[in-house]
Design a protein around this ligand. Sequence first.
Ligand SMILES: [Zn+2]
Length: 108
Amino acid sequence: MANATATSAPTRTCVGCRRRATTDALVRLALADGRLVLWGPKASPRPAGRGASLHPEAACLRAALASGAFGRAFRSKVSVTSVDEADLLQQLTAAASAALRSVNRIQP
Ligand SMILES: [Zn+2]
């Protein structure tokens, strides 16, 4: 994967597909009171503690849930069974469209 761009945009690894992407292309998931919560890409304040990066796509969410990647990312037991996948997917979709809108706003 050649890094041909001159930008220094930070990258993270998606816990679902394990591909690296710039943080702008990923949403962040944090662990709050033992539950997965979604935030970003422009959300603030930043939740304390560890976070996991994920493409706002159903395939990546399902892959992360299936592989137990969230448990590894948070270094704790995430009760995946308590994760409302449909609800998370809805939030991912909303985050993705919000990211697109903010990208459009950034245009000079
Ligand atoms: Zn991914």
